[in-house]
Write a protein that binds this ligand. Sequence first.
Ligand code: UT7
Length: 322
Amino acid sequence: MIYSKISGTGSYLPEKTLTNHDLEAMVDTNHDWIMARTGIAERHIAAEDEFTCDLAEKASRLAIEDAGVTASDIDLIIVATTTADQVFPSTACLLQERLGISGPPAFDVQAVCAGFMFALDVADKFIRTGTARCALVVGAETFSRIIDWSDRRTCILFGDGGGAVVLQANDAPGVYSTHLHSDGRHKDLLCVPSGVSRNYEAVKAGTAFTTMEGGEVFKWAVKAMSDLVEETLKANDMHKDDLDWLIPHQANVRIINAVGRRVGFDPDKVIATVGHHGNTSAASVPLALDESIRNGTIKSGQLILLEGFGGGFTWGSALVRV
Ligand code: UT7
Protein backbone atom coordinates (compact mmCIF):
# COMPACT_ATOMS: atom_id res chain seq x y z
CA MET A 1 0.00 0.00 0.00
CA ILE A 2 1.31 3.47 -0.91
CA TYR A 3 0.60 6.43 1.35
CA SER A 4 1.67 10.06 1.12
CA LYS A 5 3.67 11.86 3.79
CA ILE A 6 4.69 15.49 4.28
CA SER A 7 8.49 15.46 4.10
CA GLY A 8 9.14 19.22 4.08
CA THR A 9 7.41 22.50 4.75
CA GLY A 10 8.08 26.15 3.92
CA SER A 11 6.35 29.49 4.14
CA TYR A 12 6.84 33.12 3.30
CA LEU A 13 5.30 36.39 4.41
CA PRO A 14 5.94 39.65 2.51
CA GLU A 15 8.19 42.15 4.28
CA LYS A 16 5.67 44.98 4.62
CA THR A 17 3.37 44.76 7.62
CA LEU A 18 0.13 46.62 8.17
CA THR A 19 -0.74 47.02 11.84
CA ASN A 20 -4.11 47.77 13.37
CA HIS A 21 -2.82 51.24 14.14
CA ASP A 22 -2.03 51.70 10.42
CA LEU A 23 -5.62 50.69 9.68
CA GLU A 24 -6.92 53.29 12.14
CA ALA A 25 -5.62 55.92 9.70
CA MET A 26 -7.43 54.27 6.78
CA VAL A 27 -10.92 53.36 8.08
CA ASP A 28 -13.12 54.01 11.10
CA THR A 29 -11.73 51.26 13.34
CA ASN A 30 -9.39 50.81 16.27
CA HIS A 31 -6.81 48.35 17.54
CA ASP A 32 -8.89 47.26 20.54
CA TRP A 33 -11.95 46.44 18.42
CA ILE A 34 -9.89 44.42 15.93
CA MET A 35 -8.07 42.54 18.71
CA ALA A 36 -11.29 41.78 20.58
CA ARG A 37 -13.25 40.65 17.49
CA THR A 38 -10.49 38.89 15.53
CA GLY A 39 -7.27 38.52 17.56
CA ILE A 40 -5.37 39.93 14.56
CA ALA A 41 -2.63 42.47 15.37
CA GLU A 42 -1.01 42.75 11.95
CA ARG A 43 -1.02 41.36 8.43
CA HIS A 44 1.62 41.27 5.67
CA ILE A 45 1.06 43.01 2.36
CA ALA A 46 2.87 42.17 -0.87
CA ALA A 47 4.94 44.92 -2.48
CA GLU A 48 3.54 46.44 -5.66
CA ASP A 49 5.87 44.37 -7.80
CA GLU A 50 5.42 41.20 -5.75
CA PHE A 51 2.91 38.61 -6.97
CA THR A 52 1.36 35.36 -5.79
CA CYS A 53 3.93 33.29 -7.70
CA ASP A 54 6.75 35.14 -5.89
CA LEU A 55 5.30 34.13 -2.50
CA ALA A 56 4.69 30.59 -3.76
CA GLU A 57 8.26 30.31 -5.03
CA LYS A 58 9.82 31.46 -1.75
CA ALA A 59 7.69 29.06 0.31
CA SER A 60 8.33 26.22 -2.16
CA ARG A 61 12.11 26.59 -2.17
CA LEU A 62 12.11 26.34 1.64
CA ALA A 63 9.84 23.27 1.56
CA ILE A 64 12.03 21.59 -1.08
CA GLU A 65 15.16 22.28 0.96
CA ASP A 66 13.48 21.03 4.13
CA ALA A 67 12.42 17.81 2.40
CA GLY A 68 15.98 17.22 1.21
CA VAL A 69 14.86 16.74 -2.38
CA THR A 70 15.76 18.63 -5.53
CA ALA A 71 13.39 20.29 -7.98
CA SER A 72 14.04 17.47 -10.45
CA ASP A 73 12.48 14.99 -7.98
CA ILE A 74 9.12 16.81 -8.13
CA ASP A 75 6.62 15.09 -10.41
CA LEU A 76 3.47 17.08 -9.55
CA ILE A 77 2.81 20.73 -8.67
CA ILE A 78 -0.52 21.96 -7.34
CA VAL A 79 -1.03 25.59 -6.32
CA ALA A 80 -4.14 26.58 -4.40
CA THR A 81 -4.89 30.24 -4.99
CA THR A 82 -7.73 32.68 -5.45
CA THR A 83 -5.40 35.41 -6.63
CA ALA A 84 -3.54 33.93 -9.58
CA ASP A 85 -0.85 36.11 -11.18
CA GLN A 86 -2.52 35.87 -14.57
CA VAL A 87 -5.77 34.55 -16.02
CA PHE A 88 -3.56 31.91 -17.59
CA PRO A 89 -1.18 30.09 -17.54
CA SER A 90 -1.85 28.80 -14.05
CA THR A 91 0.30 30.02 -11.19
CA ALA A 92 1.46 26.39 -10.88
CA CYS A 93 2.91 26.54 -14.42
CA LEU A 94 4.60 29.87 -13.63
CA LEU A 95 6.04 28.32 -10.47
CA GLN A 96 7.15 25.23 -12.39
CA GLU A 97 9.16 27.39 -14.79
CA ARG A 98 10.73 29.33 -11.90
CA LEU A 99 11.83 26.08 -10.29
CA GLY A 100 13.32 24.80 -13.54
CA ILE A 101 11.00 21.82 -13.77
CA SER A 102 9.47 20.73 -17.08
CA GLY A 103 7.19 17.87 -17.97
CA PRO A 104 5.22 16.81 -14.88
CA PRO A 105 1.65 18.14 -14.44
CA ALA A 106 1.23 21.54 -12.80
CA PHE A 107 -2.16 23.09 -12.17
CA ASP A 108 -4.07 25.40 -9.85
CA VAL A 109 -7.05 24.62 -7.66
CA GLN A 110 -9.53 27.27 -6.58
CA ALA A 111 -11.37 26.67 -3.33
CA VAL A 112 -10.53 30.01 -1.73
CA CYS A 113 -9.57 29.64 1.97
CA ALA A 114 -10.05 25.85 1.83
CA GLY A 115 -7.86 25.66 -1.27
CA PHE A 116 -4.84 24.07 0.38
CA MET A 117 -7.00 21.26 1.76
CA PHE A 118 -8.37 20.59 -1.74
CA ALA A 119 -4.85 20.65 -3.22
CA LEU A 120 -3.54 18.30 -0.53
CA ASP A 121 -6.43 15.89 -1.15
CA VAL A 122 -5.72 15.78 -4.89
CA ALA A 123 -1.97 15.33 -4.40
CA ASP A 124 -2.57 12.58 -1.86
CA LYS A 125 -4.73 10.74 -4.41
CA PHE A 126 -2.05 11.10 -7.13
CA ILE A 127 0.47 9.54 -4.76
CA ARG A 128 -1.80 6.78 -3.42
CA THR A 129 -2.59 5.69 -6.98
CA GLY A 130 1.10 5.64 -7.91
CA THR A 131 0.69 8.47 -10.45
CA ALA A 132 3.15 10.72 -8.60
CA ARG A 133 5.83 10.12 -5.96
CA CYS A 134 6.92 13.62 -4.97
CA ALA A 135 4.38 16.43 -5.07
CA LEU A 136 4.79 20.12 -4.31
CA VAL A 137 1.55 21.42 -2.78
CA VAL A 138 1.28 25.17 -2.30
CA GLY A 139 -1.21 27.67 -0.94
CA ALA A 140 -0.34 31.25 -1.90
CA GLU A 141 -2.33 34.46 -2.04
CA THR A 142 -2.06 38.18 -2.61
CA PHE A 143 -5.52 38.66 -1.14
CA SER A 144 -4.75 42.33 -0.51
CA ARG A 145 -5.41 42.86 -4.25
CA ILE A 146 -9.09 41.90 -3.90
CA ILE A 147 -9.76 43.85 -0.71
CA ASP A 148 -11.55 47.17 -0.57
CA TRP A 149 -9.23 49.09 1.75
CA SER A 150 -12.04 51.49 2.59
CA ASP A 151 -14.34 48.68 3.85
CA ARG A 152 -13.70 48.16 7.56
CA ARG A 153 -15.81 44.97 7.59
CA THR A 154 -13.25 43.12 5.48
CA CYS A 155 -9.95 45.01 5.28
CA ILE A 156 -9.01 44.30 8.89
CA LEU A 157 -9.05 40.54 8.32
CA PHE A 158 -6.94 39.64 5.32
CA GLY A 159 -3.25 39.51 4.45
CA ASP A 160 -0.83 38.03 1.90
CA GLY A 161 1.39 34.98 2.26
CA GLY A 162 2.47 31.60 0.97
CA GLY A 163 2.90 28.14 2.42
CA ALA A 164 4.10 24.91 0.82
CA VAL A 165 4.65 21.25 1.58
CA VAL A 166 6.49 18.48 -0.21
CA LEU A 167 4.37 15.34 -0.17
CA GLN A 168 6.18 12.07 -0.88
CA ALA A 169 5.24 8.43 -1.31
CA ASN A 170 5.76 6.45 1.88
CA ASP A 171 5.12 2.96 3.23
CA ALA A 172 3.12 4.30 6.20
CA PRO A 173 0.77 7.33 6.55
CA GLY A 174 1.54 10.31 6.38
CA VAL A 175 -1.83 11.41 5.33
CA TYR A 176 -4.44 9.12 6.95
CA SER A 177 -7.48 10.61 5.27
CA THR A 178 -8.80 13.75 3.61
CA HIS A 179 -12.37 15.04 3.60
CA LEU A 180 -13.76 17.69 1.25
CA HIS A 181 -17.11 19.47 1.06
CA SER A 182 -18.71 22.32 -0.87
CA ASP A 183 -22.09 24.02 -0.80
CA GLY A 184 -22.64 26.58 -3.57
CA ARG A 185 -25.95 27.70 -2.09
CA HIS A 186 -23.87 30.06 0.04
CA LYS A 187 -22.01 31.58 -2.90
CA ASP A 188 -23.14 35.13 -2.08
CA LEU A 189 -22.10 35.20 1.58
CA LEU A 190 -18.39 35.49 0.83
CA CYS A 191 -17.32 36.38 -2.69
CA VAL A 192 -15.80 38.70 -5.25
CA PRO A 193 -18.91 39.16 -7.39
CA SER A 194 -17.04 39.91 -10.62
CA GLY A 195 -14.43 38.37 -12.87
CA VAL A 196 -13.21 38.02 -16.43
CA SER A 197 -16.48 36.56 -17.73
CA ARG A 198 -19.00 38.33 -15.50
CA ASN A 199 -19.16 41.97 -14.46
CA TYR A 200 -15.78 42.64 -16.06
CA GLU A 201 -16.49 46.36 -15.70
CA ALA A 202 -15.56 46.07 -12.01
CA VAL A 203 -12.27 44.40 -12.89
CA LYS A 204 -11.48 47.18 -15.38
CA ALA A 205 -12.45 49.82 -12.82
CA GLY A 206 -10.24 48.19 -10.17
CA THR A 207 -13.20 47.51 -7.87
CA ALA A 208 -13.37 43.71 -7.99
CA PHE A 209 -13.36 43.37 -4.22
CA THR A 210 -14.30 40.83 -1.56
CA THR A 211 -17.75 41.16 0.00
CA MET A 212 -18.73 39.23 3.10
CA GLU A 213 -21.66 38.68 5.46
CA GLY A 214 -19.28 38.35 8.41
CA GLY A 215 -21.71 37.04 11.03
CA GLU A 216 -23.13 34.34 8.74
CA VAL A 217 -19.68 33.26 7.57
CA PHE A 218 -18.55 33.09 11.20
CA LYS A 219 -21.41 30.73 12.17
CA TRP A 220 -20.91 28.47 9.17
CA ALA A 221 -17.14 28.35 9.63
CA VAL A 222 -17.47 27.23 13.25
CA LYS A 223 -20.07 24.58 12.44
CA ALA A 224 -18.30 23.23 9.34
CA MET A 225 -14.88 23.01 10.99
CA SER A 226 -16.32 21.44 14.16
CA ASP A 227 -18.18 18.84 12.08
CA LEU A 228 -14.99 18.15 10.13
CA VAL A 229 -13.15 17.23 13.32
CA GLU A 230 -15.84 14.66 14.17
CA GLU A 231 -15.96 13.34 10.60
CA THR A 232 -12.19 12.98 10.32
CA LEU A 233 -11.75 11.27 13.68
CA LYS A 234 -14.66 8.91 13.01
CA ALA A 235 -13.26 7.93 9.60
CA ASN A 236 -10.03 6.89 11.30
CA ASP A 237 -11.65 5.34 14.37
CA MET A 238 -9.78 7.81 16.55
CA HIS A 239 -10.63 9.98 19.54
CA LYS A 240 -9.75 13.66 19.95
CA ASP A 241 -7.22 12.66 22.64
CA ASP A 242 -5.26 10.81 19.93
CA LEU A 243 -4.52 14.15 18.26
CA ASP A 244 -1.48 16.18 19.18
CA TRP A 245 -2.62 19.34 17.37
CA LEU A 246 -5.54 20.92 15.61
CA ILE A 247 -4.75 23.50 12.92
CA PRO A 248 -7.99 25.17 11.84
CA HIS A 249 -8.14 27.73 9.05
CA GLN A 250 -6.48 30.89 10.36
CA ALA A 251 -9.30 33.40 9.84
CA ASN A 252 -10.10 34.80 13.25
CA VAL A 253 -8.99 33.77 16.76
CA ARG A 254 -12.63 33.73 17.88
CA ILE A 255 -13.51 31.20 15.16
CA ILE A 256 -10.48 29.09 16.10
CA ASN A 257 -11.39 29.17 19.80
CA ALA A 258 -15.05 28.45 19.10
CA VAL A 259 -14.15 25.35 17.07
CA GLY A 260 -11.83 24.17 19.85
CA ARG A 261 -14.55 24.66 22.48
CA ARG A 262 -17.26 23.02 20.38
CA VAL A 263 -15.25 19.84 19.84
CA GLY A 264 -14.01 19.90 23.44
CA PHE A 265 -10.40 20.24 22.46
CA ASP A 266 -7.68 21.37 24.90
CA PRO A 267 -7.05 25.05 23.89
CA ASP A 268 -3.30 24.49 24.28
CA LYS A 269 -3.44 22.00 21.42
CA VAL A 270 -5.11 24.37 18.96
CA ILE A 271 -2.64 26.28 16.78
CA ALA A 272 -3.35 29.97 16.19
CA THR A 273 -0.88 32.03 14.14
CA VAL A 274 -3.50 34.34 12.62
CA GLY A 275 -2.59 37.14 15.07
CA HIS A 276 0.51 38.16 13.14
CA HIS A 277 -0.54 37.47 9.54
CA GLY A 278 -4.33 37.71 9.36
CA ASN A 279 -6.38 35.54 7.05
CA THR A 280 -4.10 34.54 4.17
CA SER A 281 -6.79 32.37 2.57
CA ALA A 282 -5.26 29.31 0.85
CA ALA A 283 -1.89 29.99 2.48
CA SER A 284 -3.29 29.95 6.01
CA VAL A 285 -3.00 26.25 6.89
CA PRO A 286 0.43 25.51 5.36
CA LEU A 287 1.74 28.77 6.90
CA ALA A 288 0.57 27.75 10.37
CA LEU A 289 1.93 24.24 9.88
CA ASP A 290 5.36 25.40 8.71
CA GLU A 291 5.68 28.00 11.43
CA SER A 292 4.70 25.53 14.15
CA ILE A 293 7.16 22.90 12.91
CA ARG A 294 10.02 25.39 12.55
CA ASN A 295 9.51 26.92 16.00
CA GLY A 296 9.44 23.44 17.58
CA THR A 297 5.77 23.50 18.63
CA ILE A 298 4.94 20.55 16.36
CA LYS A 299 7.40 17.70 16.61
CA SER A 300 8.25 14.90 14.23
CA GLY A 301 5.88 11.95 14.57
CA GLN A 302 2.95 13.96 15.92
CA LEU A 303 -0.61 13.61 14.69
CA ILE A 304 -2.30 16.75 13.37
CA LEU A 305 -5.73 17.55 12.05
CA LEU A 306 -5.60 20.30 9.41
CA GLU A 307 -8.76 22.01 8.25
CA GLY A 308 -9.86 24.87 6.02
CA PHE A 309 -13.06 26.79 5.33
CA GLY A 310 -13.75 29.32 2.62
CA GLY A 311 -15.98 30.98 0.08
CA GLY A 312 -18.29 28.76 -1.92
CA PHE A 313 -18.70 27.54 0.74
CA THR A 314 -15.85 25.04 0.62
CA TRP A 315 -14.39 23.15 3.55
CA GLY A 316 -11.99 20.28 4.03
CA SER A 317 -9.68 18.47 6.40
CA ALA A 318 -6.72 16.11 6.50
CA LEU A 319 -5.39 13.93 9.28
CA VAL A 320 -1.61 13.81 8.99
CA ARG A 321 1.37 12.46 10.88
CA VAL A 322 4.44 14.63 10.27
O1 UT7 B 1 -12.17 32.37 5.46
C1 UT7 B 1 -13.38 32.81 5.93
C2 UT7 B 1 -13.30 34.30 5.83
N1 UT7 B 1 -14.04 35.10 6.69
C3 UT7 B 1 -14.17 34.97 8.02
O2 UT7 B 1 -13.79 34.03 8.64
C4 UT7 B 1 -14.84 36.08 8.71
C5 UT7 B 1 -15.91 35.63 9.65
N2 UT7 B 1 -16.48 36.73 10.36
C6 UT7 B 1 -15.83 37.43 11.31
O3 UT7 B 1 -14.68 37.18 11.59
C7 UT7 B 1 -16.58 38.49 12.06
O4 UT7 B 1 -17.94 38.44 11.67
C8 UT7 B 1 -16.03 39.91 11.86
C9 UT7 B 1 -14.68 40.06 12.53
C10 UT7 B 1 -15.91 40.24 10.37
C11 UT7 B 1 -16.97 40.93 12.47
O5 UT7 B 1 -17.15 40.65 13.85
P1 UT7 B 1 -18.59 40.60 14.49
O6 UT7 B 1 -18.42 40.32 15.92
O7 UT7 B 1 -19.41 39.62 13.68
O8 UT7 B 1 -19.10 42.07 14.31
P2 UT7 B 1 -20.37 42.63 13.54
O9 UT7 B 1 -20.20 42.44 12.07
O10 UT7 B 1 -21.60 42.05 14.19
O11 UT7 B 1 -20.30 44.14 13.87
C12 UT7 B 1 -20.50 44.67 15.19
C13 UT7 B 1 -20.38 46.16 15.13
C14 UT7 B 1 -21.23 46.83 14.03
O12 UT7 B 1 -21.69 48.05 14.54
P3 UT7 B 1 -23.20 48.21 15.04
O13 UT7 B 1 -24.05 47.83 13.85
O14 UT7 B 1 -23.33 47.23 16.17
O15 UT7 B 1 -23.27 49.63 15.43
C15 UT7 B 1 -20.24 47.05 12.93
O16 UT7 B 1 -20.61 48.14 12.11
O17 UT7 B 1 -19.02 46.51 14.83
C16 UT7 B 1 -18.99 47.38 13.69
N3 UT7 B 1 -17.78 47.12 12.95
C17 UT7 B 1 -16.60 47.66 13.26
N4 UT7 B 1 -16.23 48.52 14.22
C18 UT7 B 1 -14.93 48.86 14.28
C19 UT7 B 1 -17.63 46.31 11.88
N5 UT7 B 1 -16.34 46.31 11.49
C20 UT7 B 1 -15.69 47.15 12.32
C21 UT7 B 1 -14.35 47.56 12.42
N6 UT7 B 1 -14.01 48.40 13.41
N7 UT7 B 1 -13.39 47.11 11.58
